[in-house]
Design a protein around this ligand. Sequence first.
Ligand code: ADP
Ligand code: MG
Length: 345
Amino acid sequence: MPDVPLLEVNDLVRRYALPRESLLRAPGEVLALNGVSVRVMAGRSLGVVGESGSGKSTFARQVMALERPTSGSVLLSGRDLAALRPDELRRARRDFQMVFQDPYGSLDPRQTIARIVAEPLTALGKLDRATLRERVAGVLRQVGLRDADMDKYPHEFSGGQRQRIAIARALITQPKLIVADEPVSALDVSVQAQVLNLLQDLQEQFGLSYILISHDLAVVDYLCDEVAVMYLGRIVEQGSPEDLFARCAHPYTRALLDAVPRAQAGAVRRRREVFATASQSAASRGCAYAPRCPLADQHCRDVAPQLREIGPNHLAACHKAEAVMTLPTVAAGAASALVPDQRDA
Ligand code: ADP
Ligand code: MG
């Protein structure tokens, strides 16, 4: 079945109810995913980027079948995960594993590395102890750790080593797809490159596919054939990393690229800004980015742009995509005109 995508996500929607603020008012809700569709072919990798609150982790949880989508579907090798019985889903989990951002929080401090790493395998069925230890030793070596590390506890390792342990745990079932949600964000910059190199080596060795989630475009550029940019629960641009860096077609992508050097300083303020616009957008019509967009006109405020093809394998949801593409690239230093309004929201 060479044509069946490894992963097919169709019009995924996920709402969350908010706690009721007043008895007089209906409880609010967050539209964390607002109609996301993507396909990933075997051996290919997709990067998902966007600011905090754009819905990246929600997307990861639906793909991993950790939560049920409000509507839409997730197909893995053509099988709809929501249609599987619990025992079928448990067996299907062999093929897709997850690596979380926080190597401190995601490893149980009271368990040995052997138990932690073997867990996805033991969840699939009983295996004898010798076989398990052999499998654990094998994956520990694949991630650059030693056999003897399996009898230690998480606190005995550095942040980078703990992320290697989390990767070993994901590898142990020989998955086809690994969903990594901000896998290097909690690590020192020098260690980030080592972990990304490891992920790349493993990809080449095993023909793995990744969904790599990051707020940092540089991280996904490194490992992914294709990148989807998310804004308030929607994909607003999708294409190769080259397309996104050299010919980006959505003002939001451009703002993200431009924000990279200032990311640390502006992180807190920007996050607040995103949440401020997030609550407006569910009810309002027009483009969700229009309130922040320096190019928005009345048409943008009235009519929501659809994701459309603006070049070979390059999609954007912007009425002005063609004009945005002709603007000088960020690297040329001319993008400051497109940086969203710096006023505090
Ligand atoms: P990201 O990973 O891109 O930072 P998330 O997927 O975590 O974004 O969140 C997207 C939106 O959904 C945010 O507005 C967030 O507050 C909201 N959200 C996520 N999970 C929940 C939840 N369990 N309950 C209520 N709201 C949620
Ligand atoms: Mg997240």
